[in-house]
Design a protein around this ligand. Structure first.
Ligand SMILES: Cc1ncc(COP(=O)(O)O)c(C=O)c1O
Length: 419
C-alpha cells in the first residue's frame, strides 16, 4: 500500500483515475517517478492553460522569489498585486469596456462563487438564485447549492436552499423554449418561485459534459435579466482565460455579465488565485465582509501578470482558434465515424465525446480514459454518468503533441468499442 492509500483520506479523487506518482512536467508533458511520459489533455482541470512550467511565466516567478519578494500578504497592498491589477486593467478590462472592480477571494474557484452569490443577494435584497441543470460551480455549501450533480449534492443535502434550477439548452431542451420557460416562471404569480437575485451560468458547461450554449440563447438570457432586474453571473472558472478562443467565454455572444468568477488559469502557472469581477454599483461589501487569509498569493499575482503578457505576446487566442480546427476535424473525421451513437461537442480547446447513447456509456468512457492513461495520455471524464471523455489540452500545446494525443485517444476509443 502506498502512503497515499495508507494515510490520505478517502476523499482522494483524480489520483484514482490516474494512478501514478507524478514527478516533473514541462509544457504538455508530465513524467511519473518511473520516468514514463504522458501527454496532458487534462491540464489540472483547466488551471494550466499556458502549460506546465511555462518558461516565460516561471522565469518571472523565479526572478520574484530571488528578489526576496513577499510571498504571502493577506490582502495588504503589495508591488506584485499592484502590477497584476495594472496589467489586468490594461490588457483585459479596458479593451473590453468592462467597468468591473476586482475582488480577490479565497484561493479556490468555489470561494469566488460563494462571494458572487453573497454579494448578489446583498445588493438586490433577494434570496433566490437561478442556476442551470448540468451546472457545476464548486463544492462548498453555497457553490454546491447552485451545482446540479446529484452525487455532489447528496453530500450536503438539507442545506441547499434558495436555488431553483432552470433547463439548459441541451438534449430534450434544445427543442424546448427554455428562455420562454424562465420568463413564464418569472411572470406567473402562481409559479411558486420568487424573483431571483441572480442567474448563474457557465456559457459552456464544462463538468456538465461540455455543453455549449448558443449565442442567441445567451443574448436572450442577458435581455431577460435586464428586463427583470436580475444580476447575471458568468462562471468563467474553467472556460475563461482564453480556453474558448476569447479571453472570457461570454465575449462570443457580445454580452456583459454583472459579475464574473475567474480562477484556475488566472494564476498563470497553476498557482491558486480566485477573482470576482463585479460592476461598481454591485460592490456593496463592507470592508472585510468576505475576508480570508489566502486572498494574497503573491506568486500567483506575479505568474498571473506574466500569463497575461504571454497570452498577448504570443497571440494565443488566434492559436486557440487554429488548434480548435485541428481538434474538431480530427474528432469529426477519425473518431465520430466509429459509431453513429457517439456525440461530439466543443469549442476552442474544450471538447467532449459523449458515450451516453451506447449501452453502459459510463463504463465505456471510463475504459477509454484508462486505456489512454496506460498509453501515455492523461484525459478526464465529465457529464451525466461521467459518460463524456473530455480533451482539454493546454492552449500552448505544440501541434505534434496535440496530434499524438488525439491519436492515442482514437486508438483507445477504437479498442474499447471493439470490446
Ligand atoms: C465552472 C466551475 N466553477 C467552479 C469550480 C470550482 O473551482 P475550485 O475547484 O477551484 O473550487 C470549478 C471547478 O472545476 C468549475 O469548473
Amino acid at each position: 500500500m502506498s502512503i497515499f492509500e495508507e494515510l490520505e483520506s478517502e476523499v482522494r479523487s483524480y489520483c484514482r483515475s490516474f494512478p501514478a506518482v507524478f514527478d516533473k512536467a514541462v509544457g504538455s508533458h508530465m513524467y511519473d517517478s518511473d520516468g514514463k511520459e504522458y501527454i496532458d489533455f487534462f491540464d489540472g482541470a483547466g488551471a494550466l492553460n499556458y502549460g506546465h512550467n511555462n518558461p516565460y511565466i516561471m522565469g518571472k516567478v523565479v526572478e520574484y522569489i530571488q528578489s526576496q519578494g513577499i510571498t504571502h500578504a493577506l490582502d495588504l497592498s503589495t508591488r506584485a498585486k499592484e502590477e497584476f491589477l495594472t496589467t489586468f486593467r490594461e490588457k483585459i478590462l479596458i479593451p473590453r469596456g468592462m467597468p468591473h472592480r476586482v475582488m480577490f477571494c479565497g484561493s479556490t474557484g468555489t470561494n469566488a462563487v460563494e462571494a458572487a452569490l453573497k454579494i448578489a443577494r446583498k445588493a438586490t435584497g433577494r434570496d433566490t438564485v437561478f442556476a442551470f441543470q448540468g451546472a457545476f460551480h464548486g463544492m462548498t455549501a453555497g457553490a454546491l447549492a447552485v451545482t446540479s450533480d446529484a452525487t455532489d449534492r447528496k453530500r450536503l443535502q438539507g442545506n441547499l436552499s434558495d436555488v431553483v434550477f432552470m433547463p439548459f439548452p441541451y438534449g430534450f431542451n434544445t427543442s424546448f423554449d427554455t428562455i420562454g420557460y424562465i420568463r413564464n416562471v418569472l411572470t406567473d404569480d402562481h409559479s411558486g418561485v420568487s424573483l431571483p437575485a441572480a442567474i448563474i451560468l457557465e456559457t459552456v458547461q464544462a463538468e456538465g459534459g461540455v455543453i455549449v450554449a448558443p449565442v442567441e440563447w445567451l443574448q436572450q438570457l442577458r435581455a431577460l435579466c435586464d428586463e427583470f432586474g436580475i444580476l447575471l453571473i458568468c462562471d468563467e472558472i474553467q472556460i475563461g482565460c482564453g480556453r474558448t478562443g476569447t479571453f472570457f467565454s461570454f465575449e462570443r455572444a457580445g454580452i456583459m455579465p454583472d459579475l464574473v468568477t475567474l480562477s484556475k488559469s488566472i494564476g498563470g502557472a497553476g498557482l491558486p488565485m480566485s477573482l470576482l469581477l463585479l460592476k461598481p454599483e454591485i460592490d456593496k461589501w463592507l470592508p472585510g465582509e468576505h475576508n480570508g487569509t489566502f486572498r494574497g498569493n503573491q506568486l500567483a499575482f506575479v505568474a498571473g501578470k506574466a500569463a497575461l503578457e504571454f497570452l498577448e505576446d504570443n497571440d494565443l487566442l488566434s492559436e486557440v482558434k487554429r488548434k480548435e480546427a485541428i481538434v474538431k476535424n480530427y474528432l469529426e473525421t477519425k473518431i465520430l465515424p466509429m459509431d453513429d451513437r457517439l456525440e461530439l461537442r466543443g469549442i476552442g480547446l474544450i471538447w467532449g465525446i459523449e458515450f451516453k447513447n451506447l449501452p453502459d456509456g459510463s463504463a465505456l468512457s471510463k475504459a477509454v480514459s484508462r486505456k489512454c492513461f496506460d498509453n501515455g495520455l492523461v484525459i478526464e471524464r465529465a457529464g451525466r454518468g461521467d459518460s463524456v471523455v473530455k480533451p482539454l489540452p493546454a492552449l500552448t500545446i505544440p501541434d505534434e503533441d496535440l496530434t499524438k494525443g488525439l491519436r492515442i485517444l482514437k486508438d483507445a476509443v477504437a479498442e474499447v468499442l471493439q470490446g
